[in-house]
Write a protein that binds this ligand. Sequence first.
Ligand code: ZN
Length: 187
Amino acid sequence: MFLDIGVGILSAMFVSWHFDIPLTFWLVSAGIMFALLPDIDFVFYFFETDKITGYKHRNLIHNPLLFVPAGAILIGLLFGEIFAVLFTIASFLHFVNDSFGIGRGVRWLYPFSKNGYAFGYLHSRQLKWGLWKPVFIFDEKYIREFDEIHGDRDWIKNIYFQPHIFSIFEYVIFIVSIIGLYFYVRK
Ligand SMILES: [Zn+2]
């Protein structure tokens, strides 16, 4: 989440710089909202009984090939080109963020494939330094098997409430975005 907020702020700064428009409170808020929006289905996750990794909430909206263009068109019609570009960048980066660290990949090729794809690093209950691999491919049929080994029911606590390679990365990006915002607005 901190990563998404940071990325939302950075996206708004980029759009402001690119279109040479002032970085308003609304632009920054929209950037943050767009970067968080795909996780709106997370509310359903809280009603789930089987909370093993949080990946389940991602099946509804986390389909970038559909979500990003459909959302960009809708936002473009409602709020114009600049907000459509901001939406495209922020929501695309949300899916990039979701493609490593936590979860069981993003369905990057849906509706052509239901497989989830993750890249680089994934948290594991078993391994202190997690799993490292260029590409993880998750076939729905094998996710349960994978979770029995690596799934972590306390992933929120174990990642965010103690020093963890992934949460440190998130906090760093978040802090960088706040410092960047401060200097951008001041200049
Ligand atoms: Zn997400």
